[in-house]
Design a protein around this ligand. Structure first.
Ligand code: SF4
Length: 394
């Protein structure tokens, strides 16, 4: 069949039109990496050719001193790993050599990571909240099941950096078996978030086997995936994968776009593959300095997400993770940014701004309730006027 190089369908047909356009991100970046656009559509090729050191990065991009030193000095702390596709976002749509490019800030190691007075390894205390290895159980009705360790891009602000220090966690058989047994023995768990690492970095058959085992547990109602592949390796999100997952509905996917520059035709196709198979896609962004910390950047992100049918779901306040001081933003700034969206874009496009804590997520927002007078509620409108809603308080 056209476009398929083996039984595992590593060249997804639905992306071929992008490979055929000489000006597409796919075609231009493939050329920069010296491969055919068809090879560039193979997600496993990207995992085998992740950019992991300064020499490889400098072959396609001009590095700053901070970045090339960062590659060297941070190897033992948090390894770099970037798909050629995501490198292409730095070289094609944005100005090469621009250190403030939001894509570079998220993926390239920098000297600044070595200067952090507050950062910790496990800001959500996930380890003590895991009754069995890699099953994080904070809320009674749901768990995060961290089956994956590998990611297409190692985001510099990742709150699970600590897992980088160990090897052999990716779809580890014992971890998966013990996790399934824990979920099966707890009838209160009705919602399982499969995450990691990036759980889409596995063969379709591996994922299907995992989903089948979860679906065999009567009390598991909802299965969700947390994956950044639509952003960092969109070719992985094939129609075949979506078709397989759709056999086990209700399935939901949460992805993680942080800026409008990440929303490319390739990412659009990845999200379409999911949504066209009835899989709702939500987006969880992290508020990051230089990436999305202005009303304009956040608005652009939310608008673009709506256009590709990825619903803005959460914006997380950045955790105090070690090595991320240069990316952190104040809560006051976060509230201002989120307030600026209200009234200027549909409510459907406004994500919940939240601080995730070891005890769960806490929504944060501008306080529109000024007080009450008897039964009358006194509010600030989204235009900054005072509004009295009579007889509603008690
Ligand atoms: S994709 Fe997610 S788990 Fe992987 S490095 Fe980025 S933030 Fe961390």
């Amino acid at each position: 069949m056209a476009g398929k190089d083996s039984a595992t369908n590593l060249i997804p047909e639905e992306f071929l039109h992008l490979a055929a356009q000489p000006d597409s991100l796919t075609a231009r970046t493939a050329e920069r990496f010296g491969v055919t656009p068809q090879t560039f559509l193979n997600w496993r090729w990207h995992m085998k050719h992740q950019v992991v050191n300064a020499e490889q990065a400098a072959a396609v991009l001009r590095l700053s001193t901070s970045e090339s030193e960062g590659f060297e000095k941070l190897q033992h702390l948090f390894n770099a790993g970037i798909t050629p596709y995501y490198m292409g976002l730095m070289t094609s749509s944005l100005v090469d050599g621009n250190e403030s490019c939001p894509i570079r800030l998220q993926a390239l190691p920098r000297n600044e990571e070595l200067r952090d007075s507050l950062g910790v390894k496990d800001p959500l205390s996930e380890v003590p909240h895991s009754p069995v290895r890699e099953v994080v159980h904070v809320y009674p009705d749901r768990v995060a099941f961290c089956v994956a360790q590998l990611c297409p891009v190692y985001c510099r602000y990742c709150f699970r950096k600590r897992r980088d220090e160990e090897v052999g966690l990716h779809f580890n058989r014992t971890i998966v078996d013990n996790g399934i047994a824990y979920i099966a023995s707890n009838p209160a768990i009705r919602d399982v978030l499969i995450t990691g690492g990036d759980p889409f970095i596995a063969a379709d058959q591996t994922l299907e086997h995992l989903v089948q085992r979860l679906r065999a547990i009567p009390h598991v109602e909802i299965i969700r995936f947390g994956t950044r592949t639509p952003v960092t390796l969109p070719y992985r999100v094939t129609a075949d994968l979506a078709r397989m997952l759709a056999r086990y509905h209700p399935i939901y996917v949460n992805t993680h776009f942080n800026c409008a520059e990440e929303i490319t035709p390739e990412a659009t196709q990845a999200v379409a593959n999911l949504v066209n198979h009835g899989i709702p896609v939500g987006n969880q962004a992290v508020l990051l300095k230089g990436v999305n910390d202005s009303p304009e950047k956040m608005m652009a992100l939310c608008r673009q997400l709506m256009k590709i049918r990825a619903r803005p779901y959460y914006v997380f306040h950045p955790h105090a993770i070690e090595g991320t001081e240069h990316l952190r933003v104040s809560v006051r700034r976060g509230i201002e940014i989120m307030k600026s969206l209200r009234g200027n874009i549909t409510g459907l496009a406004i994500p919940t701004y939240a601080l995730d804590t070891p005890s769960g997520k806490i929504p944060i927002q501008h306080n529109y309730i000024l007080g009450h007078e008897g039964d009358d509620l006194i509010l600030e409108t989204i235009r900054g006027e005072i509004w009295r809603e009579t007889g509603v308080y008690q």
